[in-house]
Unconditional design. Structure first.
Length: 230
């Protein structure tokens, strides 16, 4: 494993044929167009020593782990994202978006890449402070992953041209919301050019601010123990 002084990780979400191929009932209309940009950022991350995580869905053959809201469509549409799925191999990823030795694969049971997965544990073990998100779909899996990452105190970066929605209007509305939430919205080109070297490190900024405040203590105030309030 290479040194990773940036303390970043690239998380590629649901870039598998079941969400990309037009033959799939779960196809996201803009997803196929983002494949080249996603391939590019994966190569950039690997070259820079930034860990790459491929987060995907694999459903059981009996559908017992399919979301309640997706089950009817999943069953009627050929039971996509199963290990043994046939035809367009919906559980597989396009060439260039498959893990190689050194990458990580996370199987998620629901929308967020953090929900009931080991992702947070591994990121903390790798001392990751910033997650860079790519994949589909922006209003569902990318968005919920971004909000969970924010709640877990990661810096959140979203590569806009590596993410997709069903329409341009949905994409823009969600990107605007995510930016207001505090995510940094940028592009694969910017990532390739600088690996986000100029991105503010909120952890370091806030820690420096807190240390400055601690060095100038406020006037003493009496502190109560919890029992005083009962």
């Amino acid at each position: 494993m290479k040194e990773n002084p940036s303390q970043m990780a690239l998380i590629v979400i649901d870039m598998e044929n079941g969400f990309i191929d037009p033959r799939s009932p779960h196809c996201i209309r803009q997803a196929a167009a983002t494949v080249p940009a996603c391939r590019s950022v994966v190569c950039t991350a690997r070259s820079a020593g930034i860990p790459v995580f491929f987060v995907k869905r694999i459903y059981r053959m009996n559908g017992s782990d399919v979301e309640l809201t997706r089950y009817a469509e999943w069953k009627a549409g050929g039971r996509a994202m199963m290990p043994a799925s046939t035809g367009f191999h919906s559980a597989e990823a396009p060439e260039g978006l498959k893990p190689i030795p050194g990458d990580y694969t996370i199987i998620k049971p629901r929308w967020s890449a953090f929900f009931h997965t080991e992702l947070d544990l591994i990121l903390r073990r790798l001392d990751i402070k910033t997650v860079i998100l790519a994949g589909t779909t922006t209003p569902n899996c990318v968005r919920t992953t971004a909000y969970d990452a924010n709640s877990l105190e990661y810096n959140v970066v979203i590569l806009e041209d590596c993410c997709s929605s069903q329409t341009k209007e949905i994409q823009k509305a969600n990107m605007d919301d995510l930016q207001r939430m505090g995510a940094i919205i940028t592009t694969s080109e910017d990532f390739a050019n600088s690996c986000l070297a100029s991105m503010p490190d909120l952890h370091r900024i806030i820690r420096r601010e807190m240390l400055r405040e601690d060095s100038d203590p406020e006037p003493f105030e009496e502190h109560h123990c919890w029992t005083d309030f009962w």
